[in-house]
Design a binder for this molecule. Structure first.
Ligand code: DX5
Ligand code: ZN
Length: 220
């Protein structure tokens, strides 16, 4: 299994103090800062876009892992690149064909960013054929319906994590939604190594201990 990568979801941070929150998480051991971008169309919520990434980038050298829950990710790739995003993860559900996904991956890579692809809980793993996965740097298996923090962890999507881990022993497999001290072991056993967590990290008295405990569960 690849190394653990711990990604606090900044959706649960105090947006009015984003730079300070980013620094705090980095200092406490975060590997990536997970940035949830929502367009009010692909998901029923609005959050942030490239201008916020640009402002934050002036205050941190952290890896900014941008999760684009938007209907037309290709439209925003140049803006996120100029803003200083480190990676873009788009949803396979917005791609009409595997060829469309591959061309989006190429577009992201041509801008010098890493690229991930994500599946919602109801999307079967067959939506991610080998020809798509061999081009990506990471796959994100959602363990809640995208749109909001603080939802209950869904067990079902872990079957997709298991099957992906068998097919791709070295791929970074990210899980996002409801990850906490009581759910991390199930995700880690299934084969996830990249952990997004909002509520359980920002709501903790000791966020550093929570992130360390996630890391331990993956190393087990
Ligand atoms: C949900 C977002 C998540 C969210 C996770 O659509 O993609 O990143 O912030 O929040 P928690 O960890 O609270 O479930
Ligand atoms: Zn996310």
């Amino acid at each position: 299994m690849p190394s653990p990568i711990i990604c606090p979801s900044m959706l649960s941070s105090d947006f009015a103090n984003l730079a300070a929150e980013a620094k705090r998480m980095k200092d406490l051991g975060a590997d990536y800062l997970h940035m949830d971008v929502m367009d009010g169309h692909f998901v029923p919520n609005l959050t942030l876009g490239a201008p916020i990434i640009k402002s934050l980038r002036k205050h941190t050298d952290a890896f900014l892992d941008c999760h684009l829950m938007v209907s037309d990710p290709g439209k925003w790739v140049p803006d996120f690149h100029s803003a200083g995003a480190s990676s873009i993860t788009f949803h396979i559900e917005v791609c009409p064909t595997p060829a469309a996904a591959i061309s989006l991956i190429q577009q992201v890579h041509s801008h010098g960013m890493k690229c991930g692809v994500s599946v919602k809980p109801g999307t079967p793993v067959d939506a991610l054929p080998d020809e798509v996965l061999r081009d990506v740097d990471m796959v994100l298996v959602m363990t809640v319906e995208p749109g909001f923090g603080g939802q209950k962890f869904m067990e079902g999507p872990l079957d997709k994590v298991r099957s992906l881990r068998k097919r791709f022993p070295n791929l970074d497999i990210q899980v996002d939604g409801g990850l906490a001290l009581d759910t991390i072991d199930r995700a880690a056993e299934a084969g996830a190594n990249v952990i997004v967590a909002g509520t359980s990290v920002f709501g903790a008295q000791d966020p550093k201990a929570v992130m360390e405990s996630f890391r331990e569960s993956i190393r087990k």
